[in-house]
Design a protein around this ligand. Structure first.
Ligand SMILES: *Cc1c(COP(=O)(O)O)cnc(C)c1O
Length: 216
């Protein structure tokens, strides 16, 4: 089965990179996947999943959680401020902290709720206009401002441009994390998660390689 296969490849990549076995979190990205495929992966015992839309996550995960305990849910897609509360109540991690207004909203809600998911600052390493994320040159200041709001930042995240060598983006993201004293690196997807591990990924986001191609 694909999950076992991907897990084996991840363990090998960890070992090749001299990393602790099991130290890289495998987030199974279940967006747009039919419920049967998600349930099959749950039945294999996997408990760490990711979604890119709050609404879609809210539509399926409360239901799955009635049957399967201790599901760790990660939001990896864009977050509108009016959905921030719902996202914080539903998810254990948010990988798409990408603008000051969202940081302010999350800070206010964290005070109010008395807790906050793990936060990853999304960095637009390819400086692509159509992509969300803080520009690399602004990342240090953004992280400093978020910390001044009392937000605890777990790490940084990137989605490299499709037509560029991902390694360059992974290396850049690792450098940004290091100079800001951050240990979390959310990078690597189906096509390049092993390479991401070489560059220090702590969280890989793998969808189609686990579930199959997303149906449209
Ligand atoms: C969909 C998605 C993934 C998974 O992509 P695959 O190529 O299916 O592995 C990873 N990260 C983000 C942010 C995504 O939106």
């Amino acid at each position: 089965m694909a999950l076992a296969d991907i897990t084996d490849r991840l363990r090998k990549a960890e070992s090749d990179a001299g990393r602790e076995p099991g130290s890289v979190e495998l987030i199974a990205i279940s967006k747009k996947q039919p419920n049967e495929r998600v349930e099959a992966v749950l039945q294999e015992g996997h408990r760490v999943f990711g979604e890119n839309r709050v609404q879609e996550a809210a539509g399926k995960w409360p239901m799955f959680r009635e049957t399967y305990e201790s599901v760790d849910l990660h939001l990896v897609g864009p977050l509108q401020t009016n959905k921030a509360r719902q996202a914080m109540e539903l998810c254990q991690a948010i990988h798409s902290l990408d603008r000051p207004k969202l940081a302010k909203t999350l800070a206010r809600l964290a005070q109010e709720l008395g807790s906050c998911p793990d936060l990853f600052v999304q960095v637009n390493t390819g400086e692509e206009d159509q992509k969300a994320g803080i520009w690399p040159a602004e990342a240090d200041a953004f992280i400093k401002d978020a910390r001044a709001l009392d937000l605890s930042i777990r790490g940084v995240m990137c989605i490299p441009p499709v037509d560029e060598e991902a390694a360059l983006h992974f290396a850049l993201l690792a450098k940004i994390a290091e100079r800001n004293g951050l240990t979390g690196l959310s990078m690597g997807m189906s096509g390049d998660f092993e390479k991401a591990v070489t560059f220090g990924a702590t969280h890989v986001r793998v969808g189609s390689a686990i579930f199959g191609a997303r149906p449209y």
